[in-house]
Design a protein around this ligand. Structure first.
Ligand code: IMP
Length: 228
C-alpha cells in the first residue's frame, strides 16, 4: 500500500494520483461511467449522487453482490478510504469509489478525526458521538473544526484519491434534523445554521464531501471517454 501521509491538508479539494492515469485504450468508451460506491450509508449515497453529473451511475454494494460492510482498518482517512475501495476491487473487480470522513476539532488536537464514527464506542451511534463531543467541549471557547473527506477511486485497477474539507464551528447544542452524523452541531464558516438546518442542495454547495466529489468528477471527465 502506498504511503500517502505526506499530503498537505487545506480547506479545498485536492486530487492525488496514487498511480498513473490508465492508457486511454484500456477503458471501453461509454456514455455512462458506472462506479460502485463502497458504503451502506444511504445519506452518503444520496449526497454523492446529487453532486455527480448524470453521466455517472452509482452502483450499490448489493447491486454487485456484496452484502458486507467493506472493512476500514487504517489509521488515516487516506488509508481507510483506500482500504474500502480496494476491498471492492480485489473481491469483485468492479470500478468503485469509497470515502472516509473525519471531524477534526482544534481544541481537541484534531480529535475525533479518523475515529469520528467510533468516538463514543463501537456502536457508532450519532447521538452518542455528538453528546460526547459536546461534553468534551464544555467551557471551551475555541470551537473551530474541520470536516475532511478523502475519496478513493479505483478505475481499471488504477487508484486515485481526492480530498475536500470545510472549516466551521462546533455549535453549543444540536440544531436541525437534516443530514446525518455530526451535521446537527457543525456550523460551516460564514453561516449561522448547522448542516442539519440546511437542505441537501445547500449542504452540497459547500460540504467537504461535495468538494471532493466535484474534483473527482472533473478528473474522471478528463481521463475517461464518459460523455455528460
Ligand atoms: P465515515 O466516513 O463513514 O467513516 O464517517 C465518519 C464519521 O463522520 C461518522 O460518524 C459519520 O456519521 C460522520 N460523518 C461523515 N460524513 C459526515 C457529514 O457529511 N456530516 C456529518 N457527519 C459526517
Amino acid at each position: 500500500m502506498q504511503d500517502l501521509d505526506f499530503l498537505t491538508q487545506h480547506d479545498s479539494a485536492t486530487a492525488i494520483l496514487a498511480s498513473p492515469p490508465p492508457h486511454p485504450q484500456s477503458i471501453v468508451p461509454t456514455e455512462k461511467l458506472r462506479l460502485c460506491f463502497a458504503t451502506n450509508n444511504l445519506n452518503k449515497i444520496k449526497e454523492v449522487s446529487r453532486t455527480l453529473p448524470h453521466c455517472f451511475e452509482l452502483l450499490s454494494l448489493t447491486a454487485i453482490g456484496c452484502f458486507v460492510e467493506p472493512p476500514e482498518n487504517g489509521v488515516t482517512l487516506h488509508e481507510n478510504s483506500l482500504c474500502k475501495a480496494k476491498f471492492i476491487w480485489d473481491n469483485y473487480q468492479v470500478d468503485c469509489i469509497a470515502d472516509d470522513t473525519g471531524l477534526e476539532v482544534e481544541a481537541l488536537n484534531g480529535a475525533p478525526g479518523v475515529y469520528s464514527a467510533r468516538y463514543a464506542g463501537e456502536s457508532r451511534r450519532d447521538e452518542a458521538n455528538i453528546k460526547l463531543l459536546l461534553q468534551n467541549l464544555e467551557g471551551v471557547t475555541n470551537r473551530t473544526a474541520h470536516f475532511r473527506t478523502v475519496i478513493t477511486v479505483i478505475l481499471a485497477g488504477n487508484v486515485y484519491q481526492f480530498e475536500g474539507s470545510i472549516r466551521g464551528q462546533i455549535a453549543l447544542a444540536n440544531a436541525g434534523h437534516n443530514g446525518f452524523g455530526y451535521d446537527p452541531i457543525f456550523i460551516p464558516e460564514g453561516h449561522n445554521r448547522t448542516f442539519a438546518q440546511m437542505n441537501l442542495e445547500e449542504k452540497n454547495t459547500m460540504s467537504h464531501r461535495a468538494k471532493a466529489v466535484r474534483e473527482m468528477a472533473t478528473f474522471l471527465g478528463i481521463i475517461t471517454p464518459v460523455q455528460c
